[in-house]
Design a protein around this ligand. Structure first.
Ligand code: NAD
Ligand code: G3P
Length: 313
């Protein structure tokens, strides 16, 4: 299997480094002139087995392409380059819901590239950890059982352990929705509301994740796995997470670099629209959408959440 990673941000670069322990990997980036150390992943020197290129037609010759672009950029990228990508095995690593189309990466791929085999690679994993070779476990979701096993074999290493799933919808929703809840958790901690409040927001946030995912066709057990609960735990508990740090900045009223990829901000807005269409009540996601757009103060948002009508768990 020949492998190219499309998208030379922190995660694409980390995946290329990890997979280079198995053989040659091509890493394509639109700005690929930074040499052997990507400023998005400082302190990591690319091994010789990684070829960096800005030539997309050449990079897309591989049969398996890992898409490591932000979710809000993926739809246009796929549409622009469908002629190069269709018919390939396309593995999305993006953790978000497209705000314009209200859909996850797998449907974006299937729409733009109907002849492609679609897979999703997701789960608790910071780029820096993967690039350092720290032990990591991920979910590889694909509905084609033969292709799924082949991908699992090809993308696993002694320190990167992939579990298979056929629930593509559940796997990608877990990864997208946990980013929204991580912003909420960061906000709680940034505002000094304490660890008990964080535990409450994570747990009630998980209830929102499973409720919406079930309405969209996901299996509950997928949400309880690495791609859902596992990634939720990681992202809500670590300052390595950009989503958590973004929330922390909101909660503490401090500045945040707007060029940082924070998937949960746009995804919260997408989730709020999806929930309205489905008649689902997702108060934490709605709160994150409002906070991220500066429409509500942290104090008012928390007061609103705490004073909703009392209910059964
Ligand atoms: N960083 C992590 O730890 C991590 C872990 C797992 C999953 N992810 C997911 O991977 C995805 C990418 O995140 P990241 O951390 O690599 O982000 P990043 O901000 O480090 O990099 C994003 C990359 O996408 C490129 N890009 C943006 N728009 C583009 C376009 N239109 N065409 C081509 N390239 C474009 C940028 O140039 C940049 O290199 C996100 O969905 C994220 O949730 C990230
Ligand atoms: O830095 P974040 O918040 O985008 O999180 C990175 C990964 O998704 C963690 O699994």
């Amino acid at each position: 299997m020949s492998i190219t990673v499309l998208g030379a941000g922190a995660f694409g670069t980390a995946l290329a480094v990890a997979l280079a322990t198995r053989g040659p990997v091509t890493l394509w980036g639109r700005n690929a002139g930074w040499g052997r150390e990507n400023p998005r992943l400082p302190g990591v020197t690319l091994p010789d087995a990684v070829t960096v290129t800005g030539d997309l037609p050449q990079a897309a010759r591989a049969d398996t392409l890992l898409l490591a672009l932000p979710a809000q950029k993926l739809g246009v990228f796929l549409a622009d380059h469908a002629a190069l990508l269709d018919g390939k095995t396309l593995v999305s690593t993006a953790k978000g819901i497209d705000l314009d189309r209200l859909t996850g990466p797998s449907r974006l791929i299937a729409t733009a590239c109907p002849a492609a085999t679609v897979a999703v690679l997701t789960g608790p994993s910071f780029a820096a950890d993967i690039a350092r070779g720290l032990p990591t476990a991920l979910t590889l979701a694909c509905t084609d059982p033969i292709r799924s096993k082949a991908l699992q074999q090809a993308l696993s290493t002694p320190v990167l352990r992939l579990y298979r799933s056929s629930d593509v919808t559940g796997a990608e929703l877990g990864g997208a929705l946990k980013n929204v809840i991580a912003i909420a958790a960061g906000t709680v901690i940034g505002a000094g509301l304490g660890d008990s409040a964080r535990a409450a927001i994570i747990t009630r946030g998980f209830a929102e994740m499973t409720r919406l995912s079930a309405r969209l066709g996901a299996q509950p057990e997928t949400l309880a796995g690495l791609s859902g609960l596992g990634d939720l735990m990681l992202t809500c508990s670590s300052v390595q997470s950009r989503n958590f740090r973004f929330g922390h900045a909101i909660g503490s009223g401090t500045d945040f670099d707007a060029s940082t990829t924070v998937e949960g901000a746009a995804t919260a807005r997408a989730v709020t629209r999806l929930a309205a269409d489905l008649g689902e009540d997702l108060p934490i996601a709605a709160m994150v959408a409002s906070l991220a757009q500066g429409e509500v103060s942290v104090e008012n948002a928390m007061e609103h959440l705490m004073n909703r009508p009392l209910k059964e768990e």
